[in-house]
Write a protein that binds this ligand. Structure first.
Ligand SMILES: *Cc1c(COP(=O)(O)O)cnc(C)c1O
Length: 398
């Protein structure tokens, strides 16, 4: 029996979509800034922002205008030909990040794949690792996407079960454990691949010196440091990159999510020319990677981030939000942790019922790994929005 529009759309998804997700049952029809409205007209504050892909806020007017303008010009050329938008986008990306160049892709997983290819190539061409022996070290609890190679080094059994055979060449060591990293490095290690904060694992923040120490270990052993900042990058944690908090400059950084401005998937692996300059025509590619529509969207997404001071805002609003969450009095809250506007609240009970209670009050958040609720609103969120959310969060938890 269909009672509401919400039920109707859920029914369609359940009938026609492969059952790979277990969403919170809200059917969103519109969005503006930090707010969304569902098909039955109810308003919600979005405290997930599509896993940080809408840092600039829903339907950001400046990105939308740039995209609409480009829609009247040309959308896809493939890189068989050149277009007048890719160069300016990559120039802005280089100026904003301080890295020489980038390889433009679409999804986050593709950026990770591109980074792995770049690191392996560097391993053979520069470090002199024997053919097909390159190793990449990853960490427990990691999330880097869903392709076969990327799930091959997941420590999550469900991500791999019944999807083998898996890709060789990866090791997994304990996240946060520098000694374990040291022991795992061999002369064939090309790179480590690490999230500065593990978002999907439940906003897991490593021990204070871990990133700096791991970086030093890499430098001492001629091993590349790849930071996956697809979720933590582009302002989310209150710095351009979460790696900045540790005072390190990774050799390769993967970005995605917010590079899209929430409009159109764009990702990239960025590095200096000593690494990305090793690629030759034919080594890698993507039909949609670097297309003019995506390039305009991503350039404007970066411009908005910088011009509207969203990085400083994430630091300020994050401190305020986290401070208020930490003052909640609830026997079920074990810890509130995170950086900037990437906040995890760990409970000693399943988090999903709380996510539903929050939804009923108009606050959209989702559990990650059973007992953690992630609060990661668009960076455009105002203090008033947070106050509004806290009233409801307090009602649910206190
Ligand atoms: C989301 C995410 C990815 C994968 O991005 P997709 O666009 O879903 O392929 C990779 N790494 C991290 C850290 C992520 O959060």
């Amino acid at each position: 029996m269909v009672h509401t529009k919400t039920d109707k759309f859920i029914g369609l998804e359940q009938k026609y979509a492969a059952n790979t997700y277990k969403p919170i049952d809200v059917v969103i029809e519109r969005g503006e800034g930090a707010w969304v409205v569902d098909v039955d007209g109810k308003r919600y504050l979005d405290c997930l922002s599509a896993y940080s892909a809408v840092n600039q806020g829903h339907c950001n007017p400046r990105i939308k205008a740039a995209m609409l303008e480009q829609l009247d010009r040309v959308t896809l050329t493939s890189r068989a030909f050149r277009n007048d938008k890719l160069g300016p986008f990559l120039q802005t990306l280089s100026e904003v990040t301080g890295y020489d160049m980038a390889i433009p892709m679409n999804s986050g997983a593709e950026a990770v794949e591109a980074a792995i290819k770049a690191a392996r190539k560097w391993g053979y061409a520069v470090k002199g690792i024997p053919d097909n022996q390159a190793e990449i070290i990853t960490f427990t609890g990691n999330f880097h996407g869903r392709t076969i190679s990327v799930i091959s080094f997941s420590s999550e059994e469900q991500y791999k079960a019944e999807f083998g055979p898996l890709t060789p060449g990866f090791k997994i060591v304990e996240y946060g454990n520098v000694e374990a990293l040291k022991e795992a490095i061999t002369p064939n290690t090309a790179a480590i691949l690490v999230e500065p904060i593990q978002g999907e694992a439940g906003v897991v923040v490593p021990p204070v010196d871990f990133l700096k120490d791991a970086f030093d270990v890499c430098k001492a052993n001629n091993v590349l440091f790849i930071a996956d900042e697809i979720q933590t990058g582009l302002g989310r944690t209150g710095k351009l990159f979460a790696s900045d908090h540790a005072g390190i400059r990774p050799d390769i950084i993967t970005i995605g999510k917010a590079l899209s401005g929430g409009f159109y998937p764009v990702s990239a692996a960025i590095a200096d020319k000593e690494i990305l300059g090793l690629f030759k025509p034919g080594d890698h590619g993507s039909t949609f990677g670097g297309n003019p529509l995506g390039a305009v969207v991503a350039k404007t997404a970066l411009d908005v981030l910088m011009d509207e001071n969203l990085i400083e805002r994430a630091a300020e609003m994050g401190e305020y939000f986290m401070g208020r969450l930490r003052r909640l009095e609830c026997e079920h809250i074990i810890e509130v942790r995170g950086q900037g506007l990437l906040i995890g609240m760990e409970l000693n009970v399943p988090a999903r019922p709380f996510a539903y209670e929050l939804k009923a009050k108009g606050v959209l958040a989702k559990e990650t790994h059973d007992n953690v609720i992630r609060f990661a609103p668009p960076l455009v969120i105002s203090k008033e929005d947070i106050d509004w959310a806290m009233e409801h969060i307090e009602a649910v938890f206190n």
